[in-house]
Design a protein around this ligand. Structure first.
Ligand SMILES: N[C@@H](CCC(=O)N[C@@H](CS)C(=O)NCC(=O)O)C(=O)O
Length: 222
């Protein structure tokens, strides 16, 4: 049986969701972030050297990287091709969004998170005011200016498409969900009604709801 090494409030929520969509049996091995550093516990390094989540184990295969896991699960368990487009051009779009989520969007969001925390522990208290000011400056002068065009781009895309690849739900939507949820949680989608509507559509899917029960509290939604 597939084992999902799942970290709370993390990208691995997507893997639980995809497995629920696929209706494939799996077990969840849960890990909790350190409340101070938000890092994963060292135990995850016993599963994969980088100690990040998600990681799945399926028989003799141990696989990390959510995009790679989603591609693998689609290939191995979606015999009917329910979650991948058949049309050639749609298939290239599918590939694009699968990579875009972690390759282009998430690095900016992670940088923003890191710089937003510069004025907080573990930075020594004497340095916090200056570190906090640097963090705000980098966000304002660089990151916010980089992220804004992505919001516009995605909002435009979803004003013409129900799902990321046209009008059919696909595994690319699962991969795109996490950065959009992270953006919504930080108020970055307040001016993006199409993206907020899209998030409502994915949250109302029964498989999404079942995955929440499996993964435990998912505070990105609150
Ligand atoms: N690009 C990787 C990123 C993996 C990653 O950074 N996961 C985060 C959870 S969202 C993590 O494990 N963080 C804990 C840590 O860095 O210790 C993927 O998509 O799987």
């Amino acid at each position: 049986m597939i084992i999902v090494h799942h970290l709370n409030n993390s990208r691995s929520q997507r893997i639980l969701w995809f497995l629920e969509e696929l209706d494939v049996p799996y077990q969840v091995q849960r890990y909790e972030r350190d409340p101070q550093t938000m890092l994963a516990p060292p135990a995850l390094k016993k599963i994969h050297p980088l100690g990040k989540s998600p990681v799945i184990v399926d028989g003799d295969l141990t696989l990390a990287e959510s995009g790679a896991i989603i591609e693998y699960l689609q290939e191995a368990y979606d015999a009917q091709g329910q979650f991948i487009p058949t049309d050639y051009h749609a298939r290239q779009q599918y590939r694009y969004w699968l990579h875009y989520a972690e390759g282009s969007l998430m690095p900016l969001l992670v940088m923003k998170l890191v710089f937003s925390r510069l004025g907080q522990p573990p930075i020594p208290w004497l340095l916090r005011p200056i570190a906090g000011a640097i963090g705000k400056g980098v966000q304002r002068e660089y990151l916010d200016k980089q992220i804004a065009p992505h919001c516009d781009y995605l909002e435009q895309h979803l004003s013409k498409n129900t799902w990321f690849v046209g009008n059919e739900f696909s595994a690319a939507d699962i991969q795109m969900s996490f950065p959009l949820e992270a953006m919504a949680a930080r108020g970055a989608l307040d001016a993006c009604p199409k993206l907020r509507g899209y998030l409502q559509r994915i949250h109302s899917r029964p498989a999404y709801q079942r995955a929440l029960d499996q993964g435990g509290p998912y505070d990105l939604l609150s």
